[in-house]
Design a protein around this ligand. Sequence first.
Ligand code: FAD
Ligand code: NAI
Length: 476
Amino acid sequence: MKDSYDLVVIGGGPGGYEAAIRAGQLGMSVACIEKRVYKGEPALGGTCLNVGCIPSKALLDSSHRYEATKHDLAEHGISTGDVAIDIEQMIARKEGIVKQLTGGIAALLKGNGVDWLQGWGTLVDGKGNDKKVKFTALADDSETTITAKNVILAAGSVPIDIPVAKTDGDRIVDSTGALDFTAVPKRLGVIGAGVIGLELGSVWRRLGAEVVVYEALPSFLAAADKDIAKEAGKMLKKQGLDIRVDTKVTNAEVKGDQVIVTSEAKGESSEESFDKLIVCVGRRAYSEKLLGEDSGIQLTERGLIDVNDQCKTNLDGVYAIGDLVRGPMLAHKAMEEGMMAVERIHGDKAQVNYDTIINVIYTHPEIAWVGLTEQEAEAAGYEVKTGSFNLAANGRALAQSEAQGSIKVVADAKTDRLLGMHAISAGAGDIVHQGMIAMEFVSSIEDLQLMTFAHPTISEAVHEAALSADGRAIHA
Ligand code: FAD
Ligand code: NAI
């Protein structure tokens, strides 16, 4: 550890560690302070690598393979013996992936000359040229004040608690607990039909749990395009997720080895019992111990760190990124903001395009989108035209037994410009990257119509959706 750095990054999640690496590449002296201890070891990678994106996708993959092997192979003429799942092995595989990736980040920091300081960082004073950061070491609680020309705050977020369902880390858990069940719950309750509820609800449903998802809002997947949300709702229900919209949980209590959940829908109250309950009703910015009393940093009314479009706070040389600031709580958004902040510090003109941040829900099929929904485009005053194509008529989707879902494009009818792409399909998360690139290059629907898409691919449905926007789809 040095006494002073060009840049101190507080938080070693995807936002913070990528920023630190970029700064190292640009020749700055950099420290990245991270206090996380994962399974007894100091760990980089933040929520995403330890208890978020990566472990959840590892379990989604294992559970999908299990379900597909058990139920989907007969139509291919493949027979298997009894199919069983060893939960301990599934969790061990997930841990192996987490360890490999977080260890890789430590090596990358080292390789780029970044000092990883294991402990808590507090911005004591962010004013002036030499900012003061207090470092409290995990090892012995010792406190050191370091100075920094620039600071990036990247402390991320934590799950929101609700008083009616207090987590106990055993029967009532948050997303972190739900990544570590040691057995498949017979009945699993989930509060919140958001991204975590659908992904982790799917994992345990595929492995055999009966899953009930309580959603307080009257609509399902309110942020998605209405057509896609409707299709997703139907598909997930058919898969066995019992999603109850407009239903408020009013109490959850552990009694013996059960959680008794009381909920209210249409004025009627009812009780159900579960082996486990996951509370996933959103996340909140995490700023405990991050800011000293005289840090000088301005917060928003909602407790987020106030930043401009370039992630600059009210103090020169202090940036804040990722889940700590406005915008979607997504790893790729945090990463790009980290790079932008460092490049701005370096004097470059980097900018994140917030209009093309992709959302992906990793159910099967995946649900993904970029840009405006049809409803948002209308509300923004566009004269809207849309086109969509059903995967039931896509040869590749049929050939790989994934002929479910659809792809939809949203465009400005006056200029033909693509405004959004929405997909529920195999690999939807990859598919909508085509929409992102097209939007970045200000493409029109006609551009997508005139390109040659390889046959047979799921991507052909993008071509057909664009053709359908002008009533010219071939296979519809
Ligand atoms: P974090 O990843 O939260 O990292 C912040 C780090 O800062 C933490 O490790 C914390 O320990 C550390 N820290 C905090 N305060 C201090 C301090 N004072 N001193 C030192 N260190 C500190 N996003 C996606 O894009 N795709 C996905 O598939 C996806 N899946 C998810 C699944 C789950 C179950 C969850 C919970 C989240 C998922 N997310 C996903 C969201 C994603 O994890 C976050 O958006 C992302 O991690 C935010 O990155 P960040 O760097 O801002 O913060
Ligand atoms: P979320 O915001 O996606 O969904 C929370 C849901 O809970 C909403 O539908 C909300 O209406 C509902 N809700 C809120 N209070 C409630 C209550 N008292 N009772 C019942 N329902 C209630 O939040 P979630 O799922 O916790 O995920 C947090 C964040 O993590 C996401 O917003 C996303 O940014 C990130 N994430 C991203 C993933 C991805 O990109 N694939 C995967 C998992 C998480």
